[in-house]
Design a protein around this ligand. Structure first.
Ligand SMILES: [Zn+2]
Length: 359
């Protein structure tokens, strides 16, 4: 049965006003949440959205990251550093090295590596507390607040990235539209996010590790990320369903959650000491032993499962790369030179635009 919720208004992505409940009564941090799905485009929406004061508390240094910005024990941190370098190498294959904005830069590790590789970098974070690790540890230039309020010049970035940050934003759709304006002609926008329509999401339902309520206010699928990017005039140039950093672990933790063990227990164990649950929040010893017992089997299964997800293009998380047409520059500089229909036609056929461009 479709329902209308006045407090949710219309879908920010497609404008539909009708939603279907998918999950109800998910208990997290002593509050209860539902997930609704837009009947128009399939976008998932967490309801109610956590208020600002609650979010500030959730992202505080005692639970989300430690004071140095780290989240995991050292062997995991070493692997994370290698994976961040890999992210940049992919970006550099698709873009000129220039000015980069990382929206939701976290502790700033990727931006720091990018700076060392010759990029001019700017970070964006939720508030002064979450920006502090990137500023203090790496000396990065990190802004806080809403992207549209920061006064960045239009067409001023070569690359803008959202690494698992877009789904955290209450104005996620508007932010991507703003980001598209800030890209230079020919610039690259990257969205990496959990895939709400992935096999592991559908398999584990509310137990899915990457559902991450209430941090995730929206639940995107690959298809509605592409829809969003195309609505801003960008062209999707690459879509990845394979992600070593997030997808196998997403399956492993989701499967353990489905087994009835304490929610996200393995993830908590891998966190750095100061972030682990304390007192009554801690798991009992039995759950920890069962996790250790099941882990080898679930880990082997994750190899096959994530391979299957790639094969059917329903990865647990996805990376979608989109480019802004280099023609935008010409059209902005000389708006009346070409008839409107020709300009629009060229814009739609970006792949061979240079060859087709009239003198
Ligand atoms: Zn919608």
């Amino acid at each position: 049965m479709d329902i209308k919720l006045p407090s949710l208004g219309k879908c920010p992505l497609c404008g539909a006003t009708s939603l279907k409940p998918r999950y109800q009564g998910i208990k997290r941090y002593k509050r209860s949440y539902d997930v609704f799905v837009c009947t128009g485009c399939g976008l998932g929406i967490t309801h109610p959205a956590p208020d600002h004061a609650h979010l500030t508390n959730l992202y505080s240094s005692t639970s989300y990251r430690d004071r140095g910005g780290k989240r995991f024990i050292w062997p995991v941190e070493a692997v994370v550093r290698q994976l961040r370098t890999g992210r940049l190498q992919k970006i550099e294959r698709l873009s000129n090295k220039g000015r980069m904005l990382d929206a939701g830069c976290g502790r700033g590790l990727m931006l720091a590596i990018a700076r060392d590789r010759g990029w001019e970098v700017v970070g964006l974070e939720f508030n002064a507390e979450t920006a502090a690790p990137a500023r203090d540890e790496f000396g990065l230039h990190v802004k806080t607040g809403r992207l549209s309020d920061l006064g960045f010049e239009k067409c001023s970035f070569d690359v803008i990235t959202f690494w698992h940050s877009l789904e955290h934003l209450e104005d996620a759709v508007d932010v991507v539209r703003e980001a598209a304006k800030l890209l230079k002609p020919g610039g690259l926008l990257l969205i990496s996010a959990p895939n709400f329509e992935s096999l592991q999401s559908r398999m584990s339902g509310p137990d899915w590790f990457h559902l991450d309520i209430p941090f995730h206010m929206y639940h995107f699928s690959a298809s509605n990320i592409k829809r969003l990017l195309r609505s801003t005039g960008l062209e999707v140039v690459r879509e990845e369903h394979s992600c070593l950093e997030f997808n196998p672990f997403g399956f492993i933790q989701s499967a353990l959650n489905m087994a009835g063990l304490k929610h996200n227990l393995l993830y908590e164990i891998l966190k750095t000491g100061s972030l682990r649950p304390k007192g009554s929040e801690r798991a009992d010893t039995g759950d920890t032993y069962i996790t250790a017992l099941l882990l080898p089997f679930v880990a082997v299964a994750s190899v096959f499962f994530t391979a299957l997800e790639v094969l059917v293009r329903r990865g647990g998380t996805v990376n979608i790369y989109a480019k802004k047409s280099p023609l935008i520059k010409e059209r902005l500089r000389k708006p009346r030179k070409y008839p409107r229909a020709v300009g629009a036609n060229l814009f739609m056929k970006q792949k061979n635009h240079q060859a087709k461009m009239p003198d």
